[in-house]
Design a protein around this ligand. Structure first.
Ligand SMILES: Cc1cc2nc3c(=O)[nH]c(=O)nc-3n(C[C@H](O)[C@H](O)[C@H](O)COP(=O)(O)O)c2cc1C
Length: 484
């Protein structure tokens, strides 16, 4: 049985998934409390939760969620491994978390499953509206444990883009039945391999699970039509090129050109084709005006997905001083968003904010490359002996080329994993000294003054008020987690 999104008709507003940990449980909960779809980010959630635990789990929320995890022994093992009651010995001194591979260690699978459970559970706790989880198709190896953890917490929707998530609906069905399943991993210069996941890792007593809605994030009607034909898709987020985060490249553009992408009329999605699929859809990318929901509905959409406006609000997971500085610079019109053609090791264009004191404010070559220590954007490749290796175009060039990668691939690449973790308040210490700089991705920030309304800060509620979302679901918004 496929879940309802609990409110009928479907929500007019989806708060976009924003990694790493920008769309945190706190933000998703604030949105779900008003009956709209709040979305947590599943990207690198294993590492985020490991960081929060090592920082001492200051607000106690992970330990609170852990009490509700179906397998008490597994939860206890994760806490035993990662929780440090006194916090970090010094800033950035995190214990290494293993990286995902074709056969990841059991401890990592446990951490990832537990972490996404906690994030979704916390978002749903005391919020009667629906909660979704966002994942990037491109990051394949951690997907199954993260999906399963989210299912155990009763996630209402899975939203996935940055690739072609054709196999995900079927995998969700299998995971809902607690069946062992496998995700196909793309291997450069070799045959794809399967990454298995066995849900019996978690002692769930065969908890009955409902299949969440699956919403595919697309930037072309051709992809939407192809996914609709494959089946299992319950709706689409149609994302335009001004949206924050990763974007699809424009027609004819190649990352190898070294140019930043320029979008034109040919890149516009044909909404007539999308409508003809008969599935609900939401429009994303600069849709944050009071009229945006009505305009989207006039075009046949259910509503809108909004990211940037929520990314800088006080409920977001962005580290406070970084967030406040970005707002101040945006108000002074002293900061710009650039769509970098080569910045992201994924090969997709990526929006970066050129704020000074952050990665986006300096040239990629100014950061001394470090051996890859996070690993989410590595690609798998086949080694000469047939085994699978992993490489990232943002690691030291010598490492990358030793693994058979072309040195041209390294030009202009940024380490998104470390930059985005730092933006979420988890900067790792660099081997060469100092802490990793934050890296902010953002869409267009010119509308922030509307949400601020003359104040120095604004909340998710302010954004929703401005968007014309007035329905409030039962639940006391003023209640803090301390009393939860
Ligand atoms: C800080 C930030 C991080 C984002 N990260 C992701 C992500 O991890 N996955 C994803 O599918 N979309 C991501 N997005 C895109 C949003 O989900 C959303 O579609 C987009 O922000 C909508 O356009 P807007 O920024 O103009 O509101 C991100 C956007 C921002 C601003």
């Amino acid at each position: 049985m496929v879940k309802d999104l609990t409110s009928s008709p479907l929500p007019a507003l989806i708060q976009g998934g924003m990694g790493i940990a920008i769309s945190s449980w706190r933000l998703a909960r604030a949105v779900a409390k008003r009956g709209q779809l709040g979305v947590v980010s599943g990207t690198a959630i294993d590492r985020v939760v490991a960081c929060r635990l090592q920082e001492g789990d200051k607000d106690g929320t992970i330990r609170q969620a852990a009490e509700h995890f179906p397998d008490k022994n597994l939860a206890a093992r994760v806490l035993e491994r990662w929780f440090k009651p006194d916090g970090l010995a010094r800033p950035g001194a995190y214990k290494p978390v293993p990286m995902f591979s074709v056969s990841p260690p059991k401890a990592l699978l446990e951490l990832a499953t537990f972490a996404s459970f906690c994030e979704v559970w916390l978002a749903k706790h005391k919020a009667s509206g629906p909660v979704g989880i966002n994942l990037l198709e491109k990051i394949q190896a951690p997907t199954l444990p993260i999906l399963y953890g989210a299912l155990l917490a009763g996630v209402d929707a899975v939203l996935m883009g940055a690739g072609i998530p054709r196999d995900i609906p079927n995998l969700m069905d299998q995971l809902c039945r607690h069946e062992t399943c496998a995700l196909k991993l793309n291997v450069e210069n070799g045959d794809d391999v399967q990454i298995p996941y066995d849900p019996s890792l978690v002692d769930t007593d065969c908890l009955e699970l409902e299949r969440p809605k699956f919403l595919a994030i697309v930037s072309s009607h051709v992809l939407a039509m192809s996914l609709a034909r494959s089946g299992g898709v319950d709706g689409f987020i149609v994302e335009g090129p001004i949206a924050g985060g990763h974007n699809a490249g424009p027609r004819g553009w190649k990352v190898e050109s070294g140019e930043d992408p320029v979008y034109g009329p040919k890149d516009e999605v044909n909404l007539e084709r999308i409508r003809s699929l008969g599935l609900p859809f939401w429009l994303a990318g600069g849709k944050d005006a009071p009229t945006s929901i009505d305009e989207a509905k006039e075009l046949g959409a259910e509503g809108i997905q909004v990211g940037t406006a929520f990314a800088f609000c006080s409920d977001s997971g962005m580290e406070k001083s970084v967030r406040r500085r970005a707002i101040a610079y945006a108000l002074a019109e002293d900061v710009e968003t650039r769509t970098e053609g080569r910045g992201s090791p994924t090969g997709y264009p990526f929006k970066t904010l050129n704020l000074s004191g952050t990665e986006g404010g300096r040239h990629p070559s100014e950061r001394e490359r470090q051996a890859c220590n996070q690993g989410y954007l590595r690609t798998a490749y086949q080694k000469e002996d047939g085994s699978i290796g992993w490489r990232c175009a943002a690691e030291p060039e010598a490492d990358y080329t030793r693994k058979g990668g072309a040195s041209e691939d390294c030009v202009g690449r940024r380490c998104l994993c470390n930059g985005l973790l730092a933006t979420a308040g988890h900067p790792y210490a660099m081997k060469t000294g100092g802490l990793e700089y934050p890296l902010i991705t953002s869409g267009i920030m010119r509308d922030l003054p509307r949400f601020l309304r003359g104040k120095s800060d604004y909340s998710a509620d302010d954004v929703m008020d401005e968007l014309g979302i007035f329905a409030d679901l039962p639940g006391d918004r003023s209640q803090t987690l301390a009393t939860a």
